[in-house]
Each structure stands twice: as structure tokens, then as C-alpha cells.
Design a protein around this ligand. Structure first.
Ligand code: AMP
Ligand code: MG
Length: 426
């Protein structure tokens, strides 16, 4: 769905040394990334117990039928319904006890039943299980008041998975639901794509590590911690994290070192067009290509994407909320693409606003929002702050995701339908 129109601004010259500024829409920018980013090709086999978070390279197929044999869904008695002739009650001797995992097949029928426990294989001759609550012990054996229906309380072989059936497809991220299905399919190990090698460069002379004593004009570095957290997953190999001063030669050196080894380089800060913004000049000096620079979005307008050698480069703005929001929109999409995740869960959905909004039109605006509940029509309602401040992250912990306000909209009444993207991981 296109949520904002392409906006072409006329270059006024004040953006030099850049060419006239051309902001692309979010969807165009995502489209360009999707065209250029190819999943890492190499694969590896990993034990299922270490596969959480990895991306499947080959589909997982059921090694055999699941369940592999007919078995009982209840503790009770395995019976042959043909024995229930005439009027009840019926009393039968109990000729065997079959626990789960029993290897010797029991035989019932011709007037006999077996005691059986959940998961145990159905004895030969049995076609129903009567739960123990519906049975009464007597001197001669066990008595039933009601005639059972054939097939009752039986889990049939292959009822969950057929042999050879694809249970989890290639391109799926292995989260706990998928791991469960792989285990049920008998997969002891799985073929996954190799982890994506990512390097992070955070720029800014003013930045200090949280918790240290900072200089009077220094601020805590938010983006290093945020990006390390966002990249903390088994499908990502964080090869390098560095804070780099605002100098082009330093940036060139760090970018050049990473270009040889990272599939993706993420920079934060220094990507606008001021004299202290050295990331794009450094990238240019190293022969890198910029595929887009500037998106019609608020916050995060300077966000940029390109390549240097074989490495993809994502340039995030330095303002922490802008960096976070742009990571959510572009970073997660790029990493998902590069790690080969193509079977994805739903991302954006529609919600309605709790309050009216007045804003300046022109750029798509993305605001952190909190799901407040449901309206009388059962629609999800979101609450938000009155304005977006690209540096403020204090309200993020209370938010559930991002609301997208279309570029052309300058006001919306309460109850307006807007797109919502829950916070997601890469
Ligand atoms: P920049 O994108 O480098 O021009 O930075 C824009 C604003 O974000 C400036 O006020 C910076 O001080 C601030 N900023 C940049 N990087 C960070 C960071 N890692 N943590 C906190 N604030 C930052
Ligand atoms: Mg800076």
C-alpha cells in the first residue's frame, strides 16, 4: 500500500555539495532496498536446539507421519465397539495395561478391554477409547453404561503431519512455534542461512558512554546501545561496534575496514549535509554508491542507503528517536531481506486515533503510539503525544509501535483510520 506520495523538492542551492534534494517516499525507498539487497547465499547445518532465531534455508519436511501410530487421547479403556451388543451396562475383563511408550502391542476385543494411558499405542482390535471417568470397576472387570462411538478419543496416525509434508518453509525465521513444528517433524538439525555480518559505526564528538562521567557539553550515546540491542539475535553476527569522531579521515578508515568484512554497515549520525556530517563524503571517497539519501518522512529525513564494495550501508540520522524509527522502518526491512526472511508475519495494520491531530503536511509522519484499547466498533485505538520530537526517546517504553500519517494530511479527526506497525525485530 502506498501511504505517501513522492515529493520532489526544488533544490535551492543551500544544500550544496548535494545535488538538488530529492526526497523519495518510504515505499519507494523500501522498494529500492528490496531490489538491491539479496540474501546471504551461504548456509550451514545447526542442531535444532541452537536454531532459535535463525532463518531456514531449506524447508523442513515431516520425517514420518505425526503422530506415528494411532494412540489414545485419554486415560481410559481401549475397547472394540463391536463388543457392545444388546442393552448396557456392559462388563468386560481387563486383559492388558498399556502405558505411553509401551512396545508390546496389546490385543483386545472378543469381549475384553485394555487399561490404557494418554499417548499409548492403540491395542490391536480396539476402535475406541472410553475415558476412565465413564468406567466403573467391578469384581469381574470394568463396567461401562454408555455405548462408545467408533473412533472416539483416538488420535489417528498422520493426523498432525503427513510423511514428507513441508512443515516449515525456507525463508522462515525459527521462533518457538516453528521450533515446535520442526521437533514434531523429527528434525534434529536444520539447514539455515549463515548469520549476517553487521558492523556499527556511531558518529559524534559529543557522545559519551552512558554511566561514565561526561564532559559538560557531552550527551549520553543512545544509538550504540539501541543498535546493539536491535541487532542482538542469532541470525546476526555483530562483527564490530565503534564510536567514531566527527572527522572524515577517521570515518574513511573505519568504513574501509568494515567494507571488507561486513555484509551490512550501519552508521548513526553525521548523515545530513552540514560541515560536521562526514559519512557520505567518506563513503564517496571510498568509491561507495548512495542509492537514496533523504526520505520524505518525519522524523528521519536524512536516512540514506547505499553500498560500499560488497557491503550494504544504512545511514541512520543521529537524533535517537529518528534513529530508532528509521531502524524500525528501514533497518528491520533490510536485515530481514539480507538474512533471507521471506515468509513474514503481518506487519502494518489499521487502527484508529484516540484524539484529533493537526500537523504540517508534506512529509509522512511516523509517531510512536500506544494501543489504548478498542472502540465501540471493535477497532483498535491508539494514543500518542501531540508532536514528534526527533531526539526524545523517554516515551518509547510506553509505546507499542508506530503510526504512519500520510504526507498530504494536515489534520485528522479523532477516530480516523491510520496505519500502524508494531515494533518488530530484524
Ligand atoms: P547528527 O545526525 O549527527 O547531526 O545528530 C543530530 C542530533 O542527534 C544531535 O543533537 C546529536 O547530538 C544527536 N545525536 C547524534 N548521535 C547521538 C547518539 N548516539 N545518542 C544521542 N544523541 C545523538
Ligand atoms: Mg553528529
Amino acid at each position: 500500500m502506498t501511504i505517501i506520495r513522492r515529493i520532489e523538492t526544488r533544490g535551492c542551492g543551500c544544500d550544496a555539495p548535494e545535488p538538488p534534494a530529492t526526497l523519495v517516499s518510504i515505499d519507494d525507498a523500501l522498494g529500492r532496498m528490496a531490489q538491491l539487497a539479496r540474501p546471504v547465499a551461504a548456509t550451514q547445518t545447526v542442531p535444532l536446539l541452537s536454531a532459535l532465531g535463525r532463518v531456514l534455508a531449506d524447508p523442513v519436511r515431516a520425517a514420518c507421519m505425526t503422530p506415528p501410530f494411532d494412540n489414545t487421547a485419554m486415560d481410559g479403556y481401549a475397547v472394540d465397539t463391536a463388543d457392545f451388543v444388546g442393552e448396557g451396562p456392559w462388563t468386560f475383563p481387563v486383559v492388558a495395561t498399556v502405558p505411553a511408550g509401551a512396545v508390546v502391542p496389546a490385543v483386545v476385543g472378543k469381549g475384553s478391554v485394555a487399561r490404557i494411558f494418554t499417548g499409548a499405542p492403540l491395542p490391536l482390535g480396539a476402535d475406541a477409547v472410553i475415558r476412565q471417568e465413564d468406567a466403573r470397576h467391578s469384581g469381574q472387570g470394568v463396567t461401562f453404561e454408555t455405548r462408545p462411538e467408533g473412533g472416539s478419543n483416538i488420535r489417528r496416525a498422520g493426523g498432525d503431519m503427513r510423511r514428507g509434508q513441508i512443515v516449515v518453509d525456507a525463508g522462515t525465521r525459527l521462533d518457538p512455534p516453528e521450533i515446535a513444528a520442526c521437533a514434531a517433524a523429527g528434525a534434529g538439525s536444520v539447514q539455515v542461512r549463515r548469520a549476517l555480518r553487521v558492523g556499527v559505526l556511531v558518529t559524534g564528538d559529543e557522545l559519551w558512554t552512558p554511566g561514565t562521567t561526561r564532559a559538560p557539553a557531552g550527551i549520553w550515546d543512545v544509538n550504540t546501545a539501541m543498535l546493539c540491542a536491535a541487532l542482538g539475535s542469532s541470525r546476526i553476527d555483530l562483527v564490530h561496534v565503534e564510536r567514531v569522531g566527527d572527522r572524515r579521515d577517521l570515518l574513511e578508515r573505519s568504513l574501509a575496514a568494515l567494507a571488507g568484512q561486513a555484509d551490512l554497515i550501519v552508521t548513526a549520525g553525521g548523515v545530513s549535509v552540514g560541515e560536521e556530517d562526514h559519512v557520505k563524503p567518506a563513503l564517496g571517497a571510498l568509491g561507495g554508491d548512495v542509492h537514496f539519501s533523504g526520505v520524505a518522512v518525519k522524523p528521519g529525513k536524512p536516512v540514506s542507503y547505499g553500498c560500499i564494495g560488497k557491503s550494504h550501508w544504512l545511514g541512520l540520522p543521529g537524533n535517537p528517536l529518528a534513529a530508532f524509527v528509521m531502524w524500525q522502518v528501514f533497518g528491520t526491512a533490510l536485515v530481514q531481506r539480507l538474512t533471507g526472511q521471506c515468509v513474514r508475519r503481518a506487519t502494518r495494520r489499521h487502527v484508529v486515533t484516540a484524539e484529533a491531530i493537526r500537523r504540517k503536511s508534506g512529509r509522512c509522519e511516523i509517531r510512536p503510539v500506544t494501543i489504548a484499547g478498542f472502540d465501540a466498533r471493535g477497532r483498535e485505538v491508539v494514543r500518542f503525544e501531540d508532536a514528534t520530537h526527533s531526539g526524545r526517546v523517554g516515551a518509547l517504553p510506553a509505546a507499542d509501535g508506530l503510526m504512519f500519517l500520510p504526507a498530504e494530511v494536515d489534520h485528522l479527526p479523532a477516530g480516523a483510520r491510520v496505519e500502524f506497525q508494531p515494533f518488530c525485530d530484524a
